[in-house]
Write a protein that binds this ligand. Structure first.
Ligand code: FDA
Length: 301
């Protein structure tokens, strides 16, 4: 319901105008790279590593796709110049995926050339179901060209996920995947409609990927999944270097720091930029309690 309301133009107009002041700043680390890098430094100081994301998705012309590509190149330059401990995440629809696969590939190669030059890493976020096949195709091509410098996200809510993972795991060594529950509104024809099944599948893919010896990023705020991972790695003597936890900027910041204190690697997904509305709407949809933040700020003098 929240995602449907978010699509309403009156609601989106209001939130886009006032949202940063009303609470989006809790989840978005600023509108400029400079502001975001300041936040990254603070997180690094507390022992957290980062993946920076220049917010943007679903661009409609080549100029917009190029502007997003330029911003990604700037992120890699900014990380290099400032010396912060961060890699980068991106959404391929922001690089022109809906305009053409070739255009998106061209932009991805520019970004990955730089990531390789700086010995950094680019994570391709997984978007809605309509983009899965093409995302997989592109990932396969780029993984062969750029190896360890590129990784992908896999969503537990999809029925096809286990098969997709099996195929990827058979094809590549040291396959760096971020495993998530899944954030988009999908049809029951392609995704488990109830959370119990999603959670069951999530545990299954965490176990599958870790036991196959691949690097696993467990991206979840759910204590059940975090504890499941901790127990699993202990039981199978999996070293801490083979996995990391990931959480979103502004979500459970105390837990993020506790995990670091316990000796685990914790990577915070830090989004920044003007185009924060879609990202912010998904955070509200996942946890409507986050909306109380906005309401509270509306009435604060
Ligand atoms: P979920 O939302 O199911 O919550 C389960 C439990 O966790 C809650 O009941 C509560 O106990 C606890 N919890 C959750 N939020 C809390 C809070 N704010 N405070 C206290 N407790 C809280 N999705 C996607 O489709 N493609 C992608 O590329 C990505 N990328 C990505 C990167 C990173 C780093 C993260 C953390 C997440 C994503 N996601 C994503 C989003 C993901 O698919 C999912 O929608 C959200 O992480 C929410 O699911 P959780 O597993 O966090 O728990």
């Amino acid at each position: 319901m929240v995602l449907s309301v978010a699509g309403n133009s009156l609601v989106s107009g209001f939130i886009k105008k006032y949202g940063m002041k009303l609470g989006a700043a809790r989840f978005v680390a600023g509108e400029t790279l400079k502001e975001a890098l300041e936040q990254v430094k603070l997180l690094n100081r507390d022992g957290l590593v980062v993946t920076l994301d220049h917010l943007g998705e679903f661009v409609f012309n080549e100029d917009e796709a190029w502007a997003s590509t330029r911003a990604c190149l700037d992120v890699l330059d900014g990380i290099k110049a400032s010396g912060v401990n961060s890699n980068m995440s991106l959404k391929m629809t922001s690089l022109g995926l809906d305009l053409s696969k070739e255009l998106c590939m061209k932009h991805m190669r520019m970004i990955l050339d730089k990531a390789r030059e700086y010995d950094n890493f680019v994570r391709i976020d997984m978007e809605d179901y309509a983009h899965i096949d093409v995302t997989m195709e592109i990932f396969n091509e780029l993984r062969q060209e750029y190896g360890k410098h590129v990784g992908l996200v896999i969503q537990a809510y999809l029925y096809r996920t286990v098969d997709d993972m099996k195929l990827l795991e058979e094809t590549y060594e040291n396959l760096n995947l971020r495993l998530v529950k899944g954030a988009y509104l999908e049809s029951p024809e392609v995704a488990y409609p109830n959370m119990e099944d999603v959670n069951k599948n999530y545990k299954k893919i965490i176990e599958m990927h870790l036991l196959a010896g691949h690097f696993t990023a467990v991206a979840s705020h759910d204590d059940v999944m975090i504890n499941f991972t901790k127990d699993l790695v202990k039981k199978h003597n999996i070293p801490n270097s083979q996995f990391e936890f990931q959480m979103l900027y502004g979500v459970r910041p105390e837990t993020q720091r506790e995990l670091v204190k316990e000796g685990y690697a914790m990577r915070v997904y830090v989004p920044y930029g003007n185009d924060w509305y879609g990202y912010f709407s998904r955070r509200i949809a996942e946890r409507p309690a986050n909306a109380f933040f906005i309401i509270k700020n509306m009435f604060r003098k």
